[in-house]
Write a protein that binds this ligand. Structure first.
Ligand SMILES: [Zn+2]
Length: 510
Protein backbone atom coordinates (compact mmCIF):
# COMPACT_ATOMS: atom_id res chain seq x y z
CA UNK A 1 0.00 0.00 0.00
CA UNK A 2 1.03 3.59 -0.50
CA UNK A 3 2.63 5.63 2.25
CA UNK A 4 0.96 9.03 2.06
CA UNK A 5 2.78 11.94 3.66
CA UNK A 6 1.84 15.62 3.42
CA UNK A 7 3.14 19.09 4.16
CA UNK A 8 0.42 21.63 4.90
CA UNK A 9 -0.94 23.29 1.76
CA UNK A 10 0.82 26.61 2.13
CA UNK A 11 -1.12 29.82 2.11
CA UNK A 12 -0.12 31.91 -0.91
CA UNK A 13 -0.26 35.34 0.68
CA UNK A 14 3.54 35.40 0.42
CA UNK A 15 6.49 33.33 -0.87
CA UNK A 16 7.84 30.46 1.31
CA UNK A 17 9.34 31.48 4.65
CA UNK A 18 11.83 29.52 6.71
CA UNK A 19 9.04 27.76 8.60
CA UNK A 20 7.56 26.30 5.40
CA UNK A 21 11.03 25.26 4.27
CA UNK A 22 11.54 23.50 7.60
CA UNK A 23 8.24 21.57 7.38
CA UNK A 24 8.92 20.59 3.79
CA UNK A 25 12.46 19.39 4.53
CA UNK A 26 11.15 17.19 7.35
CA UNK A 27 8.61 15.62 4.99
CA UNK A 28 11.18 15.18 2.28
CA UNK A 29 13.55 13.35 4.56
CA UNK A 30 10.81 11.01 5.81
CA UNK A 31 9.56 10.41 2.25
CA UNK A 32 13.08 9.52 1.11
CA UNK A 33 13.56 7.20 4.08
CA UNK A 34 10.30 5.38 3.39
CA UNK A 35 11.23 4.93 -0.27
CA UNK A 36 14.59 3.48 0.77
CA UNK A 37 12.71 1.06 3.04
CA UNK A 38 10.82 -0.15 -0.02
CA UNK A 39 7.51 1.66 0.47
CA UNK A 40 5.61 3.27 -2.34
CA UNK A 41 5.38 6.88 -1.25
CA UNK A 42 2.96 9.61 -2.25
CA UNK A 43 4.51 12.83 -0.97
CA UNK A 44 1.97 15.65 -1.22
CA UNK A 45 2.58 19.36 -1.03
CA UNK A 46 0.78 22.29 -2.56
CA UNK A 47 -0.89 25.61 -1.98
CA UNK A 48 -4.03 26.90 -0.33
CA UNK A 49 -5.22 29.73 -2.55
CA UNK A 50 -8.67 30.87 -1.44
CA UNK A 51 -9.99 33.17 1.25
CA UNK A 52 -10.41 36.78 2.23
CA UNK A 53 -6.75 37.35 2.99
CA UNK A 54 -5.68 36.32 -0.52
CA UNK A 55 -8.40 38.42 -2.10
CA UNK A 56 -7.27 41.47 -0.14
CA UNK A 57 -3.55 40.86 -0.78
CA UNK A 58 -4.21 40.64 -4.51
CA UNK A 59 -6.26 43.83 -4.53
CA UNK A 60 -3.53 45.62 -2.60
CA UNK A 61 -0.99 44.47 -5.19
CA UNK A 62 -3.24 45.67 -8.02
CA UNK A 63 -3.74 42.23 -9.57
CA UNK A 64 -6.60 39.75 -9.73
CA UNK A 65 -6.65 36.96 -7.13
CA UNK A 66 -6.05 34.44 -9.93
CA UNK A 67 -2.95 36.32 -11.18
CA UNK A 68 -1.65 36.60 -7.64
CA UNK A 69 -2.14 32.87 -6.98
CA UNK A 70 -0.54 31.86 -10.28
CA UNK A 71 2.53 33.88 -9.46
CA UNK A 72 2.99 32.72 -5.86
CA UNK A 73 2.16 29.06 -6.67
CA UNK A 74 4.92 29.07 -9.28
CA UNK A 75 7.34 30.49 -6.75
CA UNK A 76 6.49 27.70 -4.30
CA UNK A 77 6.95 24.99 -6.89
CA UNK A 78 10.20 26.47 -8.17
CA UNK A 79 11.47 26.83 -4.59
CA UNK A 80 10.81 23.20 -3.75
CA UNK A 81 12.71 22.09 -6.83
CA UNK A 82 15.63 24.30 -5.80
CA UNK A 83 15.57 22.75 -2.34
CA UNK A 84 15.68 19.29 -3.97
CA UNK A 85 12.30 18.32 -2.49
CA UNK A 86 11.13 14.96 -3.82
CA UNK A 87 7.38 15.66 -3.80
CA UNK A 88 5.12 13.49 -5.95
CA UNK A 89 2.05 15.74 -6.00
CA UNK A 90 1.67 19.48 -5.99
CA UNK A 91 -1.97 20.44 -5.52
CA UNK A 92 -3.47 23.86 -6.13
CA UNK A 93 -6.83 24.46 -4.48
CA UNK A 94 -7.92 26.59 -7.45
CA UNK A 95 -7.64 23.59 -9.80
CA UNK A 96 -10.75 22.06 -11.32
CA UNK A 97 -9.83 18.60 -10.03
CA UNK A 98 -9.81 19.95 -6.52
CA UNK A 99 -13.12 21.76 -6.91
CA UNK A 100 -14.75 18.57 -8.10
CA UNK A 101 -13.56 16.65 -5.03
CA UNK A 102 -14.79 19.45 -2.71
CA UNK A 103 -18.25 19.22 -4.29
CA UNK A 104 -18.36 15.43 -3.98
CA UNK A 105 -17.22 15.62 -0.37
CA UNK A 106 -19.81 18.27 0.48
CA UNK A 107 -22.59 16.04 -0.87
CA UNK A 108 -21.44 13.17 1.37
CA UNK A 109 -21.31 15.34 4.48
CA UNK A 110 -24.70 16.75 3.61
CA UNK A 111 -26.20 13.28 3.22
CA UNK A 112 -24.96 12.47 6.75
CA UNK A 113 -27.23 15.32 7.86
CA UNK A 114 -24.23 17.29 9.13
CA UNK A 115 -24.85 20.57 7.30
CA UNK A 116 -27.38 23.20 8.35
CA UNK A 117 -27.96 26.92 7.88
CA UNK A 118 -27.26 29.07 10.92
CA UNK A 119 -26.29 32.46 12.22
CA UNK A 120 -22.60 33.23 12.51
CA UNK A 121 -21.84 36.14 14.76
CA UNK A 122 -18.47 36.91 16.17
CA UNK A 123 -15.04 38.42 15.95
CA UNK A 124 -13.04 37.23 13.00
CA UNK A 125 -9.28 37.35 12.33
CA UNK A 126 -8.59 37.60 8.60
CA UNK A 127 -4.96 36.61 9.18
CA UNK A 128 -6.01 33.34 10.84
CA UNK A 129 -9.18 33.02 8.74
CA UNK A 130 -10.81 31.98 11.98
CA UNK A 131 -13.47 33.16 14.42
CA UNK A 132 -11.96 33.87 17.80
CA UNK A 133 -13.61 32.18 20.77
CA UNK A 134 -13.70 34.75 23.49
CA UNK A 135 -12.60 38.20 22.44
CA UNK A 136 -14.34 39.50 25.56
CA UNK A 137 -11.15 38.58 27.35
CA UNK A 138 -9.19 40.75 24.98
CA UNK A 139 -10.07 44.39 25.68
CA UNK A 140 -8.61 45.61 22.38
CA UNK A 141 -10.33 43.05 20.13
CA UNK A 142 -7.03 42.08 18.57
CA UNK A 143 -5.90 38.65 17.40
CA UNK A 144 -3.32 37.36 19.91
CA UNK A 145 -1.26 35.94 17.00
CA UNK A 146 -1.54 38.69 14.42
CA UNK A 147 -1.91 41.64 16.80
CA UNK A 148 -4.38 43.09 14.32
CA UNK A 149 -7.93 44.25 14.95
CA UNK A 150 -10.59 41.58 14.73
CA UNK A 151 -13.56 42.21 12.43
CA UNK A 152 -17.15 41.80 13.58
CA UNK A 153 -19.07 39.42 11.31
CA UNK A 154 -22.74 38.68 11.34
CA UNK A 155 -23.69 36.30 8.55
CA UNK A 156 -26.05 33.51 7.73
CA UNK A 157 -23.73 30.62 6.94
CA UNK A 158 -23.74 26.89 6.45
CA UNK A 159 -22.57 25.04 9.54
CA UNK A 160 -20.90 21.68 10.05
CA UNK A 161 -22.25 19.66 12.96
CA UNK A 162 -18.92 19.17 14.75
CA UNK A 163 -20.60 18.80 18.15
CA UNK A 164 -22.08 15.49 16.98
CA UNK A 165 -18.52 14.07 16.84
CA UNK A 166 -17.53 14.96 20.41
CA UNK A 167 -17.20 11.35 21.56
CA UNK A 168 -15.69 10.13 18.30
CA UNK A 169 -12.95 12.76 18.49
CA UNK A 170 -12.36 12.11 22.19
CA UNK A 171 -11.79 8.46 21.40
CA UNK A 172 -9.54 9.21 18.45
CA UNK A 173 -7.22 11.52 20.37
CA UNK A 174 -6.90 9.00 23.20
CA UNK A 175 -4.66 7.01 20.89
CA UNK A 176 -1.12 8.22 21.72
CA UNK A 177 -0.07 7.51 18.12
CA UNK A 178 -2.56 9.95 16.64
CA UNK A 179 -1.09 13.29 17.74
CA UNK A 180 2.60 13.80 18.44
CA UNK A 181 4.43 15.10 20.36
CA UNK A 182 2.76 14.44 23.70
CA UNK A 183 2.51 18.13 24.71
CA UNK A 184 0.57 18.91 21.56
CA UNK A 185 -1.76 15.99 22.19
CA UNK A 186 -2.47 17.22 25.71
CA UNK A 187 -3.39 20.68 24.37
CA UNK A 188 -5.92 19.09 22.03
CA UNK A 189 -7.35 16.78 24.71
CA UNK A 190 -7.80 19.82 26.92
CA UNK A 191 -9.50 21.81 24.16
CA UNK A 192 -11.86 18.98 23.20
CA UNK A 193 -12.83 18.39 26.83
CA UNK A 194 -14.42 21.87 26.90
CA UNK A 195 -16.96 20.71 24.32
CA UNK A 196 -16.84 21.01 20.54
CA UNK A 197 -18.94 23.66 18.82
CA UNK A 198 -20.33 23.48 15.30
CA UNK A 199 -18.38 25.67 12.89
CA UNK A 200 -19.41 27.53 9.79
CA UNK A 201 -18.13 26.16 6.53
CA UNK A 202 -19.31 28.87 4.15
CA UNK A 203 -19.01 32.60 3.71
CA UNK A 204 -21.24 35.10 1.97
CA UNK A 205 -19.85 38.35 0.51
CA UNK A 206 -16.63 36.58 -0.45
CA UNK A 207 -16.08 35.85 -4.13
CA UNK A 208 -12.65 34.27 -3.97
CA UNK A 209 -13.57 30.72 -3.08
CA UNK A 210 -15.28 27.58 -4.33
CA UNK A 211 -19.03 28.12 -4.78
CA UNK A 212 -21.34 26.00 -2.65
CA UNK A 213 -23.38 24.13 -5.31
CA UNK A 214 -26.81 24.52 -3.72
CA UNK A 215 -26.22 28.00 -2.27
CA UNK A 216 -24.54 29.97 -5.00
CA UNK A 217 -24.18 33.17 -2.97
CA UNK A 218 -21.95 31.20 -0.55
CA UNK A 219 -18.33 30.14 -1.03
CA UNK A 220 -16.73 27.40 1.06
CA UNK A 221 -14.79 28.46 4.12
CA UNK A 222 -11.12 28.34 3.16
CA UNK A 223 -10.20 25.65 5.72
CA UNK A 224 -13.03 23.33 4.67
CA UNK A 225 -11.76 23.63 1.11
CA UNK A 226 -8.01 23.54 1.82
CA UNK A 227 -7.94 20.43 4.03
CA UNK A 228 -9.57 18.53 1.20
CA UNK A 229 -6.51 19.29 -0.91
CA UNK A 230 -4.81 16.32 0.76
CA UNK A 231 -7.48 14.08 -0.73
CA UNK A 232 -7.79 15.68 -4.16
CA UNK A 233 -4.00 15.70 -4.55
CA UNK A 234 -3.91 11.91 -4.58
CA UNK A 235 -6.11 11.57 -7.64
CA UNK A 236 -5.00 14.79 -9.32
CA UNK A 237 -2.91 13.13 -12.06
CA UNK A 238 -5.78 12.39 -14.35
CA UNK A 239 -8.53 14.90 -15.02
CA UNK A 240 -11.04 12.31 -13.89
CA UNK A 241 -10.13 12.93 -10.24
CA UNK A 242 -12.65 11.85 -7.66
CA UNK A 243 -13.05 10.91 -4.05
CA UNK A 244 -13.27 7.26 -5.01
CA UNK A 245 -9.96 7.29 -6.88
CA UNK A 246 -8.30 8.94 -3.89
CA UNK A 247 -9.70 6.36 -1.51
CA UNK A 248 -8.67 3.50 -3.78
CA UNK A 249 -5.19 5.00 -4.08
CA UNK A 250 -4.64 4.61 -0.38
CA UNK A 251 -6.44 7.25 1.68
CA UNK A 252 -6.12 7.82 4.67
CA UNK A 253 -2.86 9.78 4.83
CA UNK A 254 -0.28 8.07 6.98
CA UNK A 255 1.29 11.28 8.19
CA UNK A 256 0.40 14.97 8.21
CA UNK A 257 3.38 17.12 9.18
CA UNK A 258 2.28 20.60 10.26
CA UNK A 259 3.33 23.56 12.37
CA UNK A 260 1.79 23.50 15.82
CA UNK A 261 -0.32 26.61 15.06
CA UNK A 262 -2.68 24.69 12.77
CA UNK A 263 -3.01 21.58 14.89
CA UNK A 264 -6.64 22.17 15.90
CA UNK A 265 -7.82 22.16 12.29
CA UNK A 266 -5.96 18.93 11.57
CA UNK A 267 -6.59 17.02 14.76
CA UNK A 268 -10.25 17.94 15.36
CA UNK A 269 -12.10 19.53 12.41
CA UNK A 270 -10.45 17.44 9.72
CA UNK A 271 -11.01 13.94 11.21
CA UNK A 272 -14.63 14.85 12.04
CA UNK A 273 -15.25 16.04 8.46
CA UNK A 274 -13.75 12.85 7.07
CA UNK A 275 -15.74 10.57 9.35
CA UNK A 276 -18.90 12.44 8.44
CA UNK A 277 -18.17 11.75 4.76
CA UNK A 278 -17.66 8.05 5.54
CA UNK A 279 -13.88 8.28 5.16
CA UNK A 280 -11.04 7.35 7.46
CA UNK A 281 -9.21 9.99 9.52
CA UNK A 282 -5.46 10.40 8.96
CA UNK A 283 -3.26 8.00 10.90
CA UNK A 284 -0.91 10.47 12.47
CA UNK A 285 -0.50 14.21 12.91
CA UNK A 286 2.90 15.49 13.87
CA UNK A 287 3.08 19.13 14.95
CA UNK A 288 6.56 20.60 14.84
CA UNK A 289 7.69 23.64 16.80
CA UNK A 290 8.39 27.20 15.75
CA UNK A 291 11.73 28.60 14.62
CA UNK A 292 13.27 31.63 16.22
CA UNK A 293 16.37 33.53 15.12
CA UNK A 294 19.20 34.17 17.57
CA UNK A 295 16.68 33.58 20.38
CA UNK A 296 14.19 36.13 19.00
CA UNK A 297 10.82 35.57 17.45
CA UNK A 298 10.98 36.41 13.73
CA UNK A 299 8.59 39.02 12.39
CA UNK A 300 8.25 41.61 9.68
CA UNK A 301 7.78 44.37 12.25
CA UNK A 302 10.97 43.26 14.02
CA UNK A 303 12.83 43.30 10.70
CA UNK A 304 14.66 40.07 11.53
CA UNK A 305 13.01 37.61 9.14
CA UNK A 306 15.52 35.12 7.79
CA UNK A 307 14.94 34.68 4.06
CA UNK A 308 15.37 31.01 3.14
CA UNK A 309 16.37 31.97 -0.41
CA UNK A 310 19.39 33.84 0.93
CA UNK A 311 20.37 30.82 3.05
CA UNK A 312 20.01 28.57 0.03
CA UNK A 313 22.20 30.74 -2.19
CA UNK A 314 24.84 31.26 0.45
CA UNK A 315 25.14 27.81 2.00
CA UNK A 316 23.39 25.35 -0.31
CA UNK A 317 20.36 23.25 0.57
CA UNK A 318 22.14 20.42 2.32
CA UNK A 319 23.89 22.53 4.96
CA UNK A 320 20.54 24.05 5.89
CA UNK A 321 18.94 20.59 5.89
CA UNK A 322 21.57 19.22 8.26
CA UNK A 323 21.17 22.10 10.67
CA UNK A 324 17.37 21.96 10.76
CA UNK A 325 17.08 18.17 10.90
CA UNK A 326 20.00 17.35 13.16
CA UNK A 327 19.98 20.27 15.56
CA UNK A 328 16.24 20.63 16.24
CA UNK A 329 14.30 17.90 17.96
CA UNK A 330 11.17 17.33 15.85
CA UNK A 331 8.24 18.69 17.87
CA UNK A 332 10.22 21.20 19.89
CA UNK A 333 10.89 24.83 19.03
CA UNK A 334 14.21 25.52 17.35
CA UNK A 335 16.55 28.46 17.10
CA UNK A 336 18.56 29.50 14.08
CA UNK A 337 21.92 30.90 15.17
CA UNK A 338 24.42 31.87 12.54
CA UNK A 339 27.57 31.03 14.53
CA UNK A 340 26.15 27.72 15.62
CA UNK A 341 25.12 26.96 12.05
CA UNK A 342 28.66 27.56 10.76
CA UNK A 343 30.18 25.54 13.63
CA UNK A 344 27.87 22.58 13.07
CA UNK A 345 28.46 22.39 9.33
CA UNK A 346 32.22 22.71 9.75
CA UNK A 347 32.49 20.26 12.65
CA UNK A 348 30.00 17.61 11.59
CA UNK A 349 30.12 17.57 7.82
CA UNK A 350 33.50 19.06 6.86
CA UNK A 351 35.69 17.77 9.70
CA UNK A 352 34.13 14.69 11.27
CA UNK A 353 32.74 13.07 8.11
CA UNK A 354 34.44 14.85 5.17
CA UNK A 355 37.93 14.83 6.57
CA UNK A 356 37.70 11.23 7.74
CA UNK A 357 36.82 10.14 4.24
CA UNK A 358 39.39 12.38 2.60
CA UNK A 359 42.40 11.40 4.63
CA UNK A 360 41.60 7.69 4.63
CA UNK A 361 41.08 7.42 0.87
CA UNK A 362 44.36 9.37 0.49
CA UNK A 363 46.24 6.89 2.69
CA UNK A 364 44.68 3.95 0.92
CA UNK A 365 45.64 5.29 -2.51
CA UNK A 366 49.18 6.10 -1.37
CA UNK A 367 49.90 2.74 0.25
CA UNK A 368 47.80 0.34 -1.83
CA UNK A 369 48.25 1.32 -5.44
CA UNK A 370 45.32 3.80 -5.64
CA UNK A 371 42.96 1.08 -4.40
CA UNK A 372 41.14 -0.19 -1.35
CA UNK A 373 43.33 -2.70 0.54
CA UNK A 374 42.91 -6.45 0.24
CA UNK A 375 42.52 -8.11 3.63
CA UNK A 376 42.36 -11.64 4.93
CA UNK A 377 39.92 -11.33 7.83
CA UNK A 378 37.28 -8.63 7.95
CA UNK A 379 34.43 -10.05 9.94
CA UNK A 380 35.36 -9.68 13.53
CA UNK A 381 36.36 -6.43 15.13
CA UNK A 382 35.17 -3.52 17.26
CA UNK A 383 34.17 -1.32 14.31
CA UNK A 384 31.65 -3.91 13.06
CA UNK A 385 29.99 -4.05 16.46
CA UNK A 386 29.86 -0.27 16.56
CA UNK A 387 28.47 -0.09 13.04
CA UNK A 388 25.68 -2.57 13.69
CA UNK A 389 24.68 -0.80 16.87
CA UNK A 390 24.56 2.58 15.12
CA UNK A 391 22.49 1.17 12.25
CA UNK A 392 19.96 -0.41 14.61
CA UNK A 393 19.56 2.76 16.64
CA UNK A 394 19.29 4.86 13.50
CA UNK A 395 16.50 2.71 12.06
CA UNK A 396 14.62 2.67 15.34
CA UNK A 397 14.79 6.46 15.63
CA UNK A 398 13.84 7.09 12.01
CA UNK A 399 10.84 4.77 12.29
CA UNK A 400 9.69 6.97 15.19
CA UNK A 401 10.39 10.14 13.14
CA UNK A 402 13.11 11.17 15.56
CA UNK A 403 15.25 12.49 12.75
CA UNK A 404 17.55 14.49 15.01
CA UNK A 405 18.42 11.36 16.99
CA UNK A 406 18.93 9.34 13.80
CA UNK A 407 21.25 12.06 12.47
CA UNK A 408 23.21 12.07 15.71
CA UNK A 409 23.67 8.29 15.48
CA UNK A 410 25.47 8.81 12.18
CA UNK A 411 27.56 11.60 13.62
CA UNK A 412 28.51 9.65 16.74
CA UNK A 413 29.51 6.66 14.65
CA UNK A 414 31.78 8.94 12.59
CA UNK A 415 33.27 10.43 15.77
CA UNK A 416 34.06 6.94 17.07
CA UNK A 417 35.65 5.89 13.79
CA UNK A 418 37.83 9.01 13.93
CA UNK A 419 38.89 8.02 17.45
CA UNK A 420 39.68 4.51 16.23
CA UNK A 421 41.84 5.84 13.41
CA UNK A 422 43.70 8.25 15.68
CA UNK A 423 44.29 5.56 18.29
CA UNK A 424 45.58 3.02 15.76
CA UNK A 425 47.88 5.50 13.98
CA UNK A 426 48.29 3.57 10.72
CA UNK A 427 50.65 6.34 9.51
CA UNK A 428 53.14 5.20 12.21
CA UNK A 429 52.51 1.47 11.77
CA UNK A 430 53.14 1.60 8.02
CA UNK A 431 56.79 2.44 8.64
CA UNK A 432 57.41 -1.20 9.63
CA UNK A 433 56.69 -3.80 6.92
CA UNK A 434 55.64 -6.34 9.56
CA UNK A 435 52.54 -4.26 10.28
CA UNK A 436 51.19 -4.31 6.75
CA UNK A 437 48.23 -6.63 7.44
CA UNK A 438 47.19 -4.60 10.44
CA UNK A 439 47.37 -1.37 8.44
CA UNK A 440 45.28 -2.94 5.67
CA UNK A 441 42.61 -3.93 8.17
CA UNK A 442 42.49 -0.48 9.81
CA UNK A 443 42.18 1.31 6.47
CA UNK A 444 39.56 -1.13 5.23
CA UNK A 445 37.53 -0.70 8.42
CA UNK A 446 37.53 3.06 8.19
CA UNK A 447 36.67 3.06 4.48
CA UNK A 448 33.88 0.57 5.04
CA UNK A 449 32.59 2.66 7.95
CA UNK A 450 32.46 5.74 5.69
CA UNK A 451 30.52 3.68 3.14
CA UNK A 452 27.98 2.86 5.85
CA UNK A 453 27.86 6.53 6.89
CA UNK A 454 27.33 7.60 3.27
CA UNK A 455 24.51 5.08 2.93
CA UNK A 456 22.81 5.97 6.23
CA UNK A 457 22.86 9.70 5.53
CA UNK A 458 21.03 9.33 2.19
CA UNK A 459 17.48 10.33 3.28
CA UNK A 460 18.82 13.27 5.30
CA UNK A 461 21.43 14.61 2.84
CA UNK A 462 20.89 12.91 -0.53
CA UNK A 463 23.60 14.81 -2.45
CA UNK A 464 26.20 14.54 0.30
CA UNK A 465 25.56 10.80 0.36
CA UNK A 466 26.26 10.50 -3.37
CA UNK A 467 29.50 12.46 -2.96
CA UNK A 468 30.73 10.24 -0.12
CA UNK A 469 29.96 7.05 -2.00
CA UNK A 470 31.54 8.36 -5.20
CA UNK A 471 34.83 8.85 -3.35
CA UNK A 472 34.69 5.14 -2.48
CA UNK A 473 34.11 4.15 -6.09
CA UNK A 474 30.36 3.54 -5.63
CA UNK A 475 27.72 4.65 -8.10
CA UNK A 476 24.37 5.91 -6.93
CA UNK A 477 21.90 3.09 -7.34
CA UNK A 478 18.80 4.93 -6.23
CA UNK A 479 16.44 3.34 -3.76
CA UNK A 480 17.16 -0.34 -4.40
CA UNK A 481 18.49 -2.70 -1.74
CA UNK A 482 19.27 0.12 0.67
CA UNK A 483 18.87 -2.01 3.80
CA UNK A 484 21.04 -4.76 2.30
CA UNK A 485 23.74 -2.22 1.54
CA UNK A 486 24.06 -1.48 5.26
CA UNK A 487 25.58 -4.91 5.78
CA UNK A 488 29.22 -4.84 6.84
CA UNK A 489 31.94 -5.90 4.40
CA UNK A 490 30.39 -4.99 1.05
CA UNK A 491 33.15 -2.56 0.07
CA UNK A 492 35.17 -4.54 -2.47
CA UNK A 493 38.85 -5.18 -1.83
CA UNK A 494 41.39 -3.85 -4.34
CA UNK A 495 38.84 -1.49 -5.85
CA UNK A 496 40.14 1.58 -7.69
CA UNK A 497 39.61 4.76 -5.71
CA UNK A 498 39.12 8.11 -7.45
CA UNK A 499 41.34 11.06 -6.63
CA UNK A 500 40.11 12.54 -3.32
CA UNK A 501 38.34 15.87 -3.54
CA UNK A 502 36.76 17.70 -0.58
CA UNK A 503 33.05 16.80 -0.45
CA UNK A 504 32.03 20.00 1.33
CA UNK A 505 33.76 23.35 1.76
CA UNK A 506 34.13 24.93 5.15
CA UNK A 507 31.99 27.94 5.94
CA UNK A 508 33.21 31.27 7.31
CA UNK A 509 31.55 33.34 10.00
CA UNK A 510 29.73 36.37 8.67
ZN1 LIG B 1 -4.94 35.99 13.68
Amino acid sequence: MNFIITTPLYYVNDKPHLGSVYTTIICDSIARYKRLRGEKVIFITGVDEHGLKIQRTAINNGVSPKEHCDEISDIFKKNWLEWNISFNKFIRTTSQEHEKVVHEFYEKVKSSNDIYMGEQKGWYCVGCEEFKDNPDNSPSYKCPIHKKNLEWKNETNLFFRLSKYQETIEELIQDPEFIEPKERRNEIINFVSKGLKDFSISRTNLDWGIRVPDHLNHTFYVWFDALLGYVSAISSVDKSSSLDISIKSGWPANLHIIGKDILRFHAIYWPAMLISAGMKPPQKILGHGFLTREGQKMGKSLGNVLDPEILLKKYGEESVRWYLLKDISLGSDGDFQNRRFVDIINNDLANTIGNLLNRTTSMSRKWFNNQTPSISEKNNNEIITLSNKSINNYLTYFDMYKIDKASNEILNFAINVNLYLNKKEPWSLIKDDNNINEVKLIIYNVLEATRIIGTLIKPILPEFSIKILFQLGENDIGNTDWLERLQWGLLPESRDLPKPIPIISKLDYE
